[in-house]
Design a protein around this ligand. Structure first.
Ligand code: THU
Length: 130
């Protein structure tokens, strides 16, 4: 299994735990650190909808909270035929913590697409603007 396939498998596994009773849209994500660790995350919804957190941010924040600061890639898995790209908030978080990394989009049927985070978030606001 390639590193990419392993990351997709981890995102797929994380998706199993999605808590999405409102949208019923189940999302899994996984980030790989430069140290070789993988952290998965799922979306976690809330009756107060705005408190919902996306799978990508859960995965990244889990890694950050375990002391990781350098990342190689992130994968996102859903059941959608039209692959699911990260939302705007997640693009900002991916850029802030992961920099320019491959964002691997996949679905349960095995469709895979890749886009770099710098392309998903052109002209980002970040610490260089402060
Ligand atoms: N969602 C994610 O977890 N990641 C994405 O990339 C897109 C959206 C979640 C948020 C919410 O729980 C559900 O999908 C529908 O928007």
């Amino acid at each position: 299994m390639s590193d990419e396939e392993k990351l997709i498998a981890a995102a797929r596994q994380a998706r199993e735990y999605a808590h999405a009773p409102f949208s019923e849209f189940h999302v899994g994500a996984a980030v790989r650190t430069k140290s070789g660790r993988t952290f998965g995350g799922c979306n976690v919804e809330n009756a107060s909808y705005g408190l919902t957190i996306c799978a990508e941010r859960v995965a990244i924040f889990k890694a950050i909270s375990e002391g990781e600061r350098e990342f190689e890639a992130i994968a996102v898995v859903t059941d959608a035929d039209d692959l699911t790209p990260p939302c705007g908030a997640c693009r900002q978080i991916i850029w802030e913590f992961c920099g320019d990394v491959p964002v691997i989009l996949a679905n349960l049927k095995g469709k895979v697409e890749r886009e770099n985070s710098s392309k998903l978030l052109p002209r980002p606001f970040d610490s260089s603007n402060l």
